[in-house]
Ligand binder design. Structure first.
Ligand SMILES: [Fe+2]
Length: 262
């Protein structure tokens, strides 16, 4: 039953997203977001299954995964950027367009509420955890972990290109082999979640993405991160200076401890 509901919403999502591929340009940005959505769906199902959450939470998380970036399509079409600060909050756009296109038509009202809450909160820096019920919190956590895990992959694919063909993936930041902002590293060291508004260099983005690791909520998410080697791959592309080597050691130590926790 629940699988069919997810597929129904996914079919509606594709109906909405596919025409964007015919927009002027090579369609790369839209294709990237369609693929990202499908990867996030698979990750949400994986993390839900491995984490023993209820069927309702699993269903809501998978549907939220389908809809979380619906707003990216109209955002890119109108503004040609994925930077929310320079365009619009894409999570709010996702809600607006999902509702306008009736994508949740077949989804029961109680699940719908969980889905919309998680979509709305998927890109906030810090979740208002105290304001959410346990189910809403679990759905938001699954979506945020799944989203982050796939962004790691997208970023790595992007950074591995000598001359990235699509600089919008790294938000048009300035590439430089060794430059990064001390303030971004300091923020991470203080345990703060990075802020897109403060990043200047491509390396700042990589450092911010590394910091997301501290925000992962499930052991399974840490396991996936480890299995896929994302942290090492990103660190290998950063300058090997003492502050970053120290950060690497701390993050790897933290990951090892989280994987040991039962
Ligand atoms: Fe998003």
């Amino acid at each position: 039953m629940s699988e069919a509901l997810v597929l129904d919403v996914h079919a509606r999502f594709l109906e909405f997203a596919t025409p964007y591929l015919d927009e002027p340009g090579d369609g790369f940005a839209y294709r990237l977001k369609i693929e990202h959505t499908q990867q996030v769906m698979a990750l949400a199902a994986d993390i839900s299954a491995a984490s023993g959450v209820s069927g309702r939470v699993r269903l809501a998380a998978c549907i939220a995964a389908v809809l979380h970036d619906v707003g990216r399509f109209p955002q890119y079409k109108q503004y040609r950027t994925f930077r929310d600060a320079e365009s619009a909050n894409h999570a709010a756009l996702s809600i607006r367009h999902s509702l306008r296109e009736n994508m949740l038509k077949s989804v029961p009202r109680d699940i719908r509420r969980l889905v919309l809450g998680a979509v709305y909160l998927h890109n906030v820096r810090t979740l208002p955890a105290g304001a959410l019920g346990p189910e809403a919190l679990a759905v938001a956590h699954i979506l945020r972990d799944s989203d982050k895990l796939d962004i790691y992959k997208v970023m790595i694919a992007h950074f591995s290109q000598e001359t990235p063909a699509h600089p919008e993936v790294a938000l048009h930041l300035r590439p430089h082999p060794t430059a990064y902002s001390q303030s971004v590293l300091d923020g991470l060291t203080r345990g703060e979640t990075g802020d897109y508004r403060n990043i200047v260099w491509v390396n700042d983005f990589k450092i911010m993405v590394l910091g997301w690791f501290y925000d992962l909520n499930f052991r399974r998410s840490c396991q996936l991160l480890q299995e896929r080697g994302y942290l090492d791959t990103i660190f290998d592309t950063l300058p090997a200076d003492p502050p970053l080597l120290d950060l690497r050691q701390r993050i790897k130590g933290h990951l090892a401890r989280r994987l040991q926790d039962a």
